[in-house]
Design a protein around this ligand. Structure first.
Ligand SMILES: NC(=O)CC[C@H](N)C(=O)O
Length: 402
Protein backbone atom coordinates (compact mmCIF):
# COMPACT_ATOMS: atom_id res chain seq x y z
CA UNK A 1 0.00 0.00 0.00
CA UNK A 2 1.37 3.39 -0.90
CA UNK A 3 0.21 6.88 -0.04
CA UNK A 4 -1.09 7.53 -3.53
CA UNK A 5 -3.29 4.43 -3.43
CA UNK A 6 -4.59 5.26 0.03
CA UNK A 7 -7.18 3.18 1.80
CA UNK A 8 -10.86 3.84 2.37
CA UNK A 9 -11.92 5.28 5.70
CA UNK A 10 -14.61 3.50 7.72
CA UNK A 11 -17.29 5.75 6.26
CA UNK A 12 -16.38 5.36 2.61
CA UNK A 13 -13.66 6.70 0.31
CA UNK A 14 -13.46 10.20 1.73
CA UNK A 15 -10.32 9.95 3.88
CA UNK A 16 -7.30 7.75 3.21
CA UNK A 17 -6.78 5.62 6.29
CA UNK A 18 -3.36 5.34 7.93
CA UNK A 19 -1.71 2.05 7.03
CA UNK A 20 1.31 2.60 9.26
CA UNK A 21 1.90 4.08 12.70
CA UNK A 22 5.04 5.21 14.46
CA UNK A 23 4.26 4.83 18.15
CA UNK A 24 6.80 6.53 20.41
CA UNK A 25 7.64 5.42 23.93
CA UNK A 26 6.04 8.58 25.38
CA UNK A 27 2.71 7.67 23.75
CA UNK A 28 2.98 10.03 20.74
CA UNK A 29 1.45 8.39 17.66
CA UNK A 30 2.43 9.52 14.16
CA UNK A 31 0.23 8.32 11.31
CA UNK A 32 1.26 7.64 7.74
CA UNK A 33 1.22 5.14 4.90
CA UNK A 34 2.99 1.82 5.09
CA UNK A 35 5.95 0.82 2.96
CA UNK A 36 8.23 -2.17 2.90
CA UNK A 37 7.64 -5.13 5.18
CA UNK A 38 4.20 -5.69 6.67
CA UNK A 39 5.30 -6.11 10.27
CA UNK A 40 6.00 -4.34 13.55
CA UNK A 41 9.53 -3.07 14.07
CA UNK A 42 10.85 -1.91 17.45
CA UNK A 43 13.83 0.44 17.55
CA UNK A 44 15.43 3.70 18.59
CA UNK A 45 14.40 6.53 16.26
CA UNK A 46 17.23 8.68 14.91
CA UNK A 47 17.33 11.19 12.07
CA UNK A 48 19.75 11.21 9.17
CA UNK A 49 20.40 14.44 7.23
CA UNK A 50 22.11 12.92 4.18
CA UNK A 51 20.60 14.00 0.86
CA UNK A 52 21.98 10.99 -0.98
CA UNK A 53 23.35 7.52 -0.26
CA UNK A 54 20.17 6.03 1.24
CA UNK A 55 21.03 2.53 0.04
CA UNK A 56 24.41 2.64 1.80
CA UNK A 57 22.75 4.07 4.93
CA UNK A 58 20.01 1.44 4.95
CA UNK A 59 22.62 -1.33 4.64
CA UNK A 60 25.06 0.00 7.25
CA UNK A 61 25.08 -2.67 10.00
CA UNK A 62 25.72 0.10 12.56
CA UNK A 63 22.00 0.92 12.35
CA UNK A 64 20.93 -2.40 13.90
CA UNK A 65 18.19 -1.76 16.45
CA UNK A 66 17.31 1.63 14.96
CA UNK A 67 14.60 3.28 12.90
CA UNK A 68 15.93 5.99 10.57
CA UNK A 69 14.01 9.17 9.82
CA UNK A 70 15.34 10.83 6.68
CA UNK A 71 15.17 14.61 6.89
CA UNK A 72 15.56 14.83 3.10
CA UNK A 73 11.96 14.54 1.85
CA UNK A 74 12.49 12.53 -1.34
CA UNK A 75 14.07 9.15 -0.70
CA UNK A 76 14.02 6.31 -3.22
CA UNK A 77 14.01 8.35 -6.45
CA UNK A 78 17.02 6.51 -7.86
CA UNK A 79 15.85 3.09 -6.72
CA UNK A 80 18.33 0.54 -5.44
CA UNK A 81 20.97 -1.43 -7.28
CA UNK A 82 22.92 -4.63 -6.76
CA UNK A 83 26.23 -2.89 -6.06
CA UNK A 84 25.87 -0.23 -3.36
CA UNK A 85 25.01 -2.49 -0.44
CA UNK A 86 27.33 -2.00 2.53
CA UNK A 87 26.57 -5.17 4.50
CA UNK A 88 29.09 -7.82 3.53
CA UNK A 89 26.42 -10.49 3.64
CA UNK A 90 24.22 -9.04 0.90
CA UNK A 91 21.14 -10.92 2.06
CA UNK A 92 21.53 -9.88 5.68
CA UNK A 93 18.57 -8.00 7.07
CA UNK A 94 19.96 -7.58 10.56
CA UNK A 95 20.72 -3.84 10.25
CA UNK A 96 18.19 -1.03 10.36
CA UNK A 97 14.68 -2.07 11.39
CA UNK A 98 12.57 0.74 10.03
CA UNK A 99 12.53 3.83 7.87
CA UNK A 100 10.47 7.01 8.16
CA UNK A 101 9.97 9.13 5.05
CA UNK A 102 8.19 12.35 4.24
CA UNK A 103 7.19 11.67 0.62
CA UNK A 104 5.96 8.47 -0.94
CA UNK A 105 8.58 6.66 -3.05
CA UNK A 106 8.46 7.50 -6.76
CA UNK A 107 9.36 5.16 -9.63
CA UNK A 108 13.14 4.69 -9.77
CA UNK A 109 14.95 6.86 -12.27
CA UNK A 110 18.59 5.88 -12.64
CA UNK A 111 20.54 3.75 -15.10
CA UNK A 112 22.04 1.70 -12.25
CA UNK A 113 18.70 0.97 -10.58
CA UNK A 114 17.60 -2.65 -10.54
CA UNK A 115 14.68 -2.38 -8.10
CA UNK A 116 12.11 -0.08 -6.52
CA UNK A 117 13.06 0.85 -2.95
CA UNK A 118 9.68 -0.38 -1.66
CA UNK A 119 10.21 -3.89 -3.11
CA UNK A 120 13.74 -3.92 -1.74
CA UNK A 121 12.56 -2.88 1.75
CA UNK A 122 10.05 -5.75 1.70
CA UNK A 123 12.72 -8.25 0.63
CA UNK A 124 15.01 -7.13 3.47
CA UNK A 125 12.19 -7.16 6.01
CA UNK A 126 12.52 -3.43 6.74
CA UNK A 127 9.29 -1.69 7.76
CA UNK A 128 8.62 1.79 6.34
CA UNK A 129 6.21 4.67 6.71
CA UNK A 130 5.74 7.75 4.52
CA UNK A 131 3.54 10.80 4.73
CA UNK A 132 5.09 11.75 8.06
CA UNK A 133 5.98 15.32 9.07
CA UNK A 134 9.66 14.45 9.34
CA UNK A 135 10.57 18.05 10.25
CA UNK A 136 8.37 17.86 13.35
CA UNK A 137 9.77 14.42 14.25
CA UNK A 138 13.33 15.72 13.84
CA UNK A 139 12.54 18.73 16.03
CA UNK A 140 11.14 16.34 18.66
CA UNK A 141 14.36 14.26 18.58
CA UNK A 142 16.49 17.40 18.85
CA UNK A 143 14.47 18.54 21.89
CA UNK A 144 14.03 15.28 23.73
CA UNK A 145 16.67 12.87 22.39
CA UNK A 146 16.24 9.69 20.34
CA UNK A 147 13.05 7.92 21.48
CA UNK A 148 12.28 4.24 21.38
CA UNK A 149 9.32 3.41 19.18
CA UNK A 150 7.42 0.72 17.35
CA UNK A 151 6.85 1.18 13.65
CA UNK A 152 3.78 -0.83 12.63
CA UNK A 153 2.63 -1.45 9.06
CA UNK A 154 -0.73 -3.05 8.30
CA UNK A 155 -2.40 -2.49 4.90
CA UNK A 156 -5.80 -3.02 6.54
CA UNK A 157 -5.20 0.00 8.75
CA UNK A 158 -6.13 -1.88 11.92
CA UNK A 159 -3.84 -1.28 14.92
CA UNK A 160 -4.01 -2.10 18.61
CA UNK A 161 -2.74 1.32 19.68
CA UNK A 162 -2.82 0.78 23.49
CA UNK A 163 -0.73 -2.41 23.08
CA UNK A 164 1.74 -0.68 20.73
CA UNK A 165 2.11 2.19 23.23
CA UNK A 166 2.75 -0.27 26.03
CA UNK A 167 5.32 -2.20 24.01
CA UNK A 168 7.09 0.98 22.88
CA UNK A 169 7.34 2.18 26.48
CA UNK A 170 8.79 -1.17 27.57
CA UNK A 171 11.60 -1.32 24.98
CA UNK A 172 15.12 -1.42 26.47
CA UNK A 173 17.33 1.65 26.30
CA UNK A 174 20.03 1.58 23.59
CA UNK A 175 22.56 2.37 26.32
CA UNK A 176 23.63 -1.03 27.63
CA UNK A 177 22.76 -2.99 24.49
CA UNK A 178 25.43 -5.10 22.78
CA UNK A 179 24.14 -5.50 19.22
CA UNK A 180 27.40 -6.65 17.59
CA UNK A 181 26.39 -10.36 17.78
CA UNK A 182 23.48 -9.56 15.42
CA UNK A 183 25.74 -8.38 12.61
CA UNK A 184 29.26 -9.84 12.96
CA UNK A 185 30.52 -12.44 10.49
CA UNK A 186 29.99 -16.08 11.46
CA UNK A 187 33.32 -17.12 9.94
CA UNK A 188 36.54 -15.49 8.86
CA UNK A 189 36.99 -14.56 5.20
CA UNK A 190 39.49 -12.92 2.86
CA UNK A 191 38.81 -9.62 1.02
CA UNK A 192 40.45 -8.28 -2.15
CA UNK A 193 37.84 -6.09 -3.92
CA UNK A 194 38.80 -2.45 -4.53
CA UNK A 195 36.57 0.68 -4.96
CA UNK A 196 34.13 1.27 -7.81
CA UNK A 197 35.54 3.10 -10.80
CA UNK A 198 34.06 4.17 -14.08
CA UNK A 199 33.61 2.28 -16.36
CA UNK A 200 34.74 -1.08 -15.01
CA UNK A 201 32.95 -1.04 -11.64
CA UNK A 202 34.63 -2.71 -8.67
CA UNK A 203 38.21 -3.88 -9.14
CA UNK A 204 40.63 -6.32 -7.56
CA UNK A 205 43.69 -5.57 -5.43
CA UNK A 206 46.86 -5.55 -7.50
CA UNK A 207 49.76 -5.67 -5.07
CA UNK A 208 50.17 -6.57 -1.43
CA UNK A 209 52.31 -4.57 0.95
CA UNK A 210 50.66 -5.30 4.31
CA UNK A 211 48.72 -8.02 6.05
CA UNK A 212 45.71 -6.63 7.94
CA UNK A 213 43.26 -8.40 10.20
CA UNK A 214 39.91 -6.58 10.29
CA UNK A 215 37.75 -7.34 13.33
CA UNK A 216 34.12 -7.38 12.23
CA UNK A 217 31.80 -5.60 14.66
CA UNK A 218 29.49 -4.62 11.76
CA UNK A 219 31.90 -4.26 8.85
CA UNK A 220 31.12 -2.17 5.76
CA UNK A 221 32.33 -3.13 2.30
CA UNK A 222 33.75 0.23 1.30
CA UNK A 223 36.17 0.27 4.24
CA UNK A 224 37.51 -3.11 3.11
CA UNK A 225 37.76 -1.82 -0.47
CA UNK A 226 39.84 1.16 0.62
CA UNK A 227 42.15 -1.07 2.64
CA UNK A 228 42.52 -3.37 -0.39
CA UNK A 229 43.21 -0.39 -2.65
CA UNK A 230 45.95 0.71 -0.22
CA UNK A 231 47.66 -2.65 -0.77
CA UNK A 232 46.41 -4.63 2.22
CA UNK A 233 45.84 -8.34 2.21
CA UNK A 234 42.80 -8.55 4.47
CA UNK A 235 41.42 -11.30 6.66
CA UNK A 236 38.11 -10.36 8.29
CA UNK A 237 37.50 -12.18 11.57
CA UNK A 238 34.37 -12.49 13.77
CA UNK A 239 34.06 -10.10 16.72
CA UNK A 240 34.80 -12.78 19.32
CA UNK A 241 38.13 -13.91 17.80
CA UNK A 242 40.84 -14.12 20.49
CA UNK A 243 44.04 -12.07 20.44
CA UNK A 244 46.04 -15.30 20.08
CA UNK A 245 44.07 -16.29 16.97
CA UNK A 246 44.56 -12.81 15.51
CA UNK A 247 48.30 -12.81 16.29
CA UNK A 248 48.62 -16.27 14.71
CA UNK A 249 47.70 -14.61 11.39
CA UNK A 250 50.85 -12.46 11.80
CA UNK A 251 49.16 -9.15 10.97
CA UNK A 252 51.14 -5.98 10.21
CA UNK A 253 48.08 -4.11 11.44
CA UNK A 254 44.60 -4.57 12.88
CA UNK A 255 41.48 -2.69 11.81
CA UNK A 256 38.59 -2.23 14.28
CA UNK A 257 35.32 -1.81 12.38
CA UNK A 258 32.21 0.25 12.90
CA UNK A 259 29.18 -1.45 14.41
CA UNK A 260 25.87 -1.07 16.23
CA UNK A 261 24.87 -0.61 19.86
CA UNK A 262 26.62 0.58 22.99
CA UNK A 263 30.44 0.22 22.81
CA UNK A 264 30.64 -0.18 26.58
CA UNK A 265 28.33 -3.21 26.39
CA UNK A 266 30.83 -5.20 24.28
CA UNK A 267 33.22 -5.33 27.24
CA UNK A 268 33.73 -9.08 27.63
CA UNK A 269 35.13 -9.96 24.22
CA UNK A 270 36.20 -6.81 22.37
CA UNK A 271 38.05 -4.53 24.76
CA UNK A 272 40.30 -7.18 26.40
CA UNK A 273 41.40 -8.37 22.91
CA UNK A 274 42.18 -4.82 21.77
CA UNK A 275 44.22 -4.29 24.97
CA UNK A 276 46.34 -7.36 24.24
CA UNK A 277 46.92 -6.26 20.63
CA UNK A 278 48.01 -2.81 21.80
CA UNK A 279 50.37 -4.39 24.34
CA UNK A 280 51.97 -6.28 21.44
CA UNK A 281 52.41 -2.96 19.56
CA UNK A 282 50.26 -4.12 16.63
CA UNK A 283 49.44 -0.99 14.57
CA UNK A 284 45.72 -0.37 15.07
CA UNK A 285 43.18 1.76 13.19
CA UNK A 286 39.56 2.08 14.34
CA UNK A 287 36.47 3.64 12.80
CA UNK A 288 33.32 4.61 14.75
CA UNK A 289 32.48 1.71 17.10
CA UNK A 290 36.13 0.66 16.61
CA UNK A 291 37.17 4.18 17.67
CA UNK A 292 34.99 4.04 20.75
CA UNK A 293 36.36 0.63 21.73
CA UNK A 294 39.97 1.73 21.25
CA UNK A 295 39.19 4.56 23.70
CA UNK A 296 37.66 2.06 26.15
CA UNK A 297 40.68 -0.24 25.78
CA UNK A 298 43.04 2.51 26.97
CA UNK A 299 40.85 3.37 29.95
CA UNK A 300 38.64 6.09 28.47
CA UNK A 301 34.88 6.21 28.69
CA UNK A 302 32.02 6.58 26.22
CA UNK A 303 28.68 8.27 26.73
CA UNK A 304 25.26 8.29 25.10
CA UNK A 305 24.56 11.38 23.00
CA UNK A 306 21.24 13.17 22.95
CA UNK A 307 20.51 13.30 19.22
CA UNK A 308 23.68 11.70 17.86
CA UNK A 309 25.26 12.49 14.50
CA UNK A 310 23.80 10.88 11.40
CA UNK A 311 24.45 12.50 8.04
CA UNK A 312 26.90 13.24 5.25
CA UNK A 313 27.80 16.86 5.90
CA UNK A 314 29.35 17.05 9.35
CA UNK A 315 32.34 19.37 9.79
CA UNK A 316 35.24 17.74 11.61
CA UNK A 317 38.62 19.32 12.31
CA UNK A 318 41.84 17.33 12.20
CA UNK A 319 43.71 19.04 15.03
CA UNK A 320 47.05 17.66 13.83
CA UNK A 321 46.79 19.64 10.56
CA UNK A 322 44.11 22.24 11.35
CA UNK A 323 42.18 21.13 8.27
CA UNK A 324 38.40 20.89 8.36
CA UNK A 325 36.75 18.00 6.52
CA UNK A 326 33.12 17.44 5.64
CA UNK A 327 32.43 13.87 6.70
CA UNK A 328 29.81 11.14 6.99
CA UNK A 329 28.70 10.31 10.50
CA UNK A 330 26.53 7.70 12.11
CA UNK A 331 26.82 7.45 15.86
CA UNK A 332 24.72 7.81 18.99
CA UNK A 333 27.57 7.34 21.48
CA UNK A 334 30.75 9.40 21.81
CA UNK A 335 34.12 9.18 23.54
CA UNK A 336 34.32 11.50 26.54
CA UNK A 337 37.64 13.32 25.91
CA UNK A 338 37.91 14.26 29.60
CA UNK A 339 38.37 10.56 30.42
CA UNK A 340 41.25 9.94 28.01
CA UNK A 341 44.51 8.91 29.72
CA UNK A 342 47.70 10.99 29.41
CA UNK A 343 49.13 8.70 26.71
CA UNK A 344 46.30 9.58 24.29
CA UNK A 345 45.81 12.75 22.23
CA UNK A 346 42.54 14.03 20.86
CA UNK A 347 43.20 14.36 17.10
CA UNK A 348 39.77 15.18 15.65
CA UNK A 349 36.87 17.21 16.95
CA UNK A 350 33.35 17.89 15.64
CA UNK A 351 32.87 21.54 14.72
CA UNK A 352 29.15 20.98 15.08
CA UNK A 353 29.13 20.42 18.83
CA UNK A 354 32.76 20.05 19.92
CA UNK A 355 32.45 16.32 20.61
CA UNK A 356 35.44 14.01 20.24
CA UNK A 357 35.99 12.56 16.76
CA UNK A 358 39.45 11.02 16.91
CA UNK A 359 42.31 9.89 19.10
CA UNK A 360 45.91 8.76 18.71
CA UNK A 361 48.11 7.02 21.25
CA UNK A 362 51.42 8.70 22.01
CA UNK A 363 53.27 5.58 23.13
CA UNK A 364 51.89 2.97 20.73
CA UNK A 365 51.01 2.84 17.01
CA UNK A 366 47.24 3.24 17.22
CA UNK A 367 44.66 5.82 16.17
CA UNK A 368 40.96 5.98 15.43
CA UNK A 369 38.22 8.28 14.20
CA UNK A 370 34.53 8.61 14.98
CA UNK A 371 33.47 9.49 11.44
CA UNK A 372 33.39 7.36 8.27
CA UNK A 373 36.16 8.43 5.86
CA UNK A 374 35.19 5.70 3.40
CA UNK A 375 31.75 7.28 3.01
CA UNK A 376 32.74 10.94 3.16
CA UNK A 377 32.76 13.32 0.21
CA UNK A 378 36.13 13.68 -1.51
CA UNK A 379 38.75 11.44 -3.08
CA UNK A 380 37.59 8.27 -1.38
CA UNK A 381 40.03 5.86 -2.93
CA UNK A 382 43.02 7.65 -1.44
CA UNK A 383 41.75 9.01 1.87
CA UNK A 384 44.54 10.35 4.08
CA UNK A 385 43.45 8.35 7.13
CA UNK A 386 44.04 5.10 5.26
CA UNK A 387 47.45 6.44 4.19
CA UNK A 388 48.14 7.25 7.85
CA UNK A 389 47.44 3.61 8.74
CA UNK A 390 49.74 2.38 5.95
CA UNK A 391 52.49 4.77 7.09
CA UNK A 392 52.06 3.54 10.66
CA UNK A 393 52.50 -0.10 9.59
CA UNK A 394 55.58 0.86 7.50
CA UNK A 395 57.13 2.75 10.43
CA UNK A 396 56.55 -0.15 12.82
CA UNK A 397 58.05 -2.64 10.35
CA UNK A 398 61.09 -0.40 9.93
CA UNK A 399 61.46 -0.21 13.72
CA UNK A 400 61.37 -3.97 14.23
CA UNK A 401 63.77 -4.50 11.30
CA UNK A 402 66.30 -2.03 12.78
N1 LIG B 1 28.65 3.68 13.05
C1 LIG B 1 29.06 3.17 14.19
O1 LIG B 1 30.02 2.39 14.25
C2 LIG B 1 28.24 3.51 15.40
C3 LIG B 1 28.92 3.22 16.72
C4 LIG B 1 27.95 3.14 17.89
N2 LIG B 1 27.01 2.07 17.71
C5 LIG B 1 27.23 4.46 18.07
O2 LIG B 1 26.06 4.56 17.80
O3 LIG B 1 27.83 5.44 18.47
Amino acid sequence: MTASEGNPGQDGWTEPRATALLVLADGTVLEGFGLGAIAEAPGEVCFNTAMTGYQEILTDPSYAGQIITFTFPHIGNVGVNDEDTETVNAASSSGVRGVVLHADITEPSNWRASRHLDTWLKARNIVGICGVDTRALTALIRDKGMPNAILAHNPDGVFDVPRLKQQAAALPDMAGLDLVPLVTAAQRYEWSETPWQWPAGYGQRESVAHKVVAIDYGMKRNILRLLAKAGCEITVVPSTTSADDILALKPDGVFLSNGPGDPAATGEYAVPVIKQLLDRRIPTFGICLGHQMLALAIGGQTMKMKQGHHGANHPVQDKTTGKVEIVSMNHGFAVDPATLPANATETHVSLFDGSNCGIALNDRPAFSVQHHPEASPGPQDSHYLFTRFIDMMDAEKAKTAA
